[in-house]
Write a new protein. Structure first.
Length: 109
């Protein structure tokens, strides 16, 4: 209970999650704890039609201002979905900037 109290008092709670539909369901549908000061950060995000940020925000009713992603993953080269432009391609930089802006807005800056 002390941890939950501390999380509710924190300026910002960042919950990281993998891009896995089962994990999303477990977090958003089965969890009884919700925090108004929370940002959800999807790690190892690879653009996918079946489970993308817009679908996650719509299906689980998360404001897009509380959902960000970190797209870089060593698996990107294996999936061949993106051309190999190095670890900081324009798409990756754009998503990292967006994630940073979401976190700053959640903190009130």
């Amino acid at each position: 209970m002390k941890t939950i109290r501390l999380l509710r008092q924190a300026d910002l709670v960042v919950i990281t999650i993998r891009q896995n539909y089962r994990d999303f369901c477990r977090l958003f549908l089965c969890s009884r704890n919700s925090f108004s000061n929370c940002v959800y950060l999807v790690l190892d995000y690879v653009p996918d039609d079946s489970i993308n940020l817009k679908r996650i925000a719509f299906e689980f009713r998360i404001p897009s201002s509380r959902l960000a992603c970190i797209p870089y993953s060593p698996r990107i080269k294996e999936t061949k979905k993106w051309p190999d432009t190095g670890p900081f391609s324009p798409d990756i930089r754009r998503e990292l900037n967006r994630a940073g802006q979401i976190i700053l807005l959640a903190l009130g800056f």
